[in-house]
Design a protein. Sequence first.
Length: 567
Amino acid sequence: MKIFLTNTQQLGNAKAFLIKQVLTVAAKQQGDEVVAEANQADLVIALGSTPNNSALQGKKLFVAEVENAFNAPEAILKQAQLEAVEYQPENSNGAENKSAVQNAPDFSNQTKNIVAVTACPTGVAHTFMSAEAIAEYAKKQGWNVKVETRGQVGSSNIISPEDVANADLVFIAADIDVDLSKFEGKPMYRTSTGLALKKTAQEFEKAFKEAKIYTGANVAKSQASEESTGERKGLYKHLMTGVSHMLPLVVAGGLLIAISFMFGIEAFKDPNIAGGLPKALMDIGGGAAFHLMIAVFAGYVAFSIADRPGLAVGLIGGMLATTAGAGILGGIIAGLLAGYVVKFLNQAIQLPASLSSLKPILILPLLGSAIVGLVMIYLINPPVKGLMDALVEWLNTMGQSNALLLGAVLGAMMCVDMGGPVNKAAYTFGTGLIASGVYTPMAAVMAAGMVPPIGMAIATLLARKKFTANQRDAGKASFVLGLCFISEGALPFVAADPVRVIVSSIIGGAVAGAISLGLSIGLQAPHGGLFVIPFVTQPLMYLATIAIGAVLTGVIYAVIKPKLTEK
């Protein structure tokens, strides 16, 4: 079929050209042809509204919205062929023309099938909150949607092969590296959990414009682009992939060690106490879980960079950092070094097809482990161990003023972006030091992280008339999330009033962090909120610290928040 395209809406030259190109390509794929003259056409597609052009009299006409033509050209072409009506100029037969307009479909309301995947470093808050935002927005649009969450407990609401086959769009909201192989050949758009949560509508709008067919080649290309145009973003993703896999070890190990201390601070040294249970718990938590955590972190940083060939090399490099006492800093260097070394070797070593299977199981692990291991032993571990020892010594012996300052800085960082890069940097610092036997920064980090959501709940109680009914309900949910150390519970308030919420949260978080570190409160578990407070060194003082920070945030925001405007 020969198709003629005409614009009846004011479009820029660039946009008009792009729309014509996507429709031309789609027509060619369907065996049709876009022609330059109306008299050559069997079908006319008008972009915008019904034209008034006598030259089109007698032609089949279909009116399409510009954005729909650009986002879904194949669907527009198919509908045009099915639903086009004979055109009559406005001065010839107004009724016919009106009929043509009325019969033009509203493609914006066409049902779409959306599948989505969400994943964040901790696998808790952003994973499920962004999933909920995606599902709610899609349902409001009348679309069919299924969201697979990949959290710390594994995948849930798993997308089946049938779901993939029927999908019009694959929407990925992930801050870490995730396996997407089952979506091969489908249109895919990738974003962060934060943007999917805060700017859901804008991200879906971009998705329908920018989605590209997913292939393994696309992954390599996107990684190369990421390295050349914004390595920091890629680096953050790699580090957070490591953090997400390390966290279960830190949580389990830290709590087991804390339970061991409940029998007495040195009970684990005596195998006769409680039948040797304190010693057994210490062996599991400290001897196994904590001994593995940096190796697992480094292994999955390397995995994020170089895929499976990097995992073994990263694990080995991380274990060398652990045994040398290089701590989390050594683990970071080991993971990045292993990932980029293996990635370079994989690209540089080219083998004939008959020998290619040797590369991932023999050549890359052997060469990668040798290179990374030797570099770690001779070049990295000695100076990094010295640096970590100096840091640990300073943290253990720092004066009151230094403790207050460090606690305030860590507390403020936790409240800057509620689960974003700055928040995660402070969190990783506190978590990493647990492996080095320094537990006070972690307590300060958790106390500050609980402040924003609890503070917002307090503000809704103190200044009820300044909040809508929905915001007051959000405050109740925010309080519960805050007790669980889920800073993201404050995000609905951040989205509505970012500057005032963040400023008041930073002040309260900085105070809580400063008090916690100033009192030398220690915590060996990096997550859990209210549920792990019995395991801190000073539980009652810790509760008071959190309460002071949260009340301060709540009072400040209740005062500075403007009154609701009458509508």
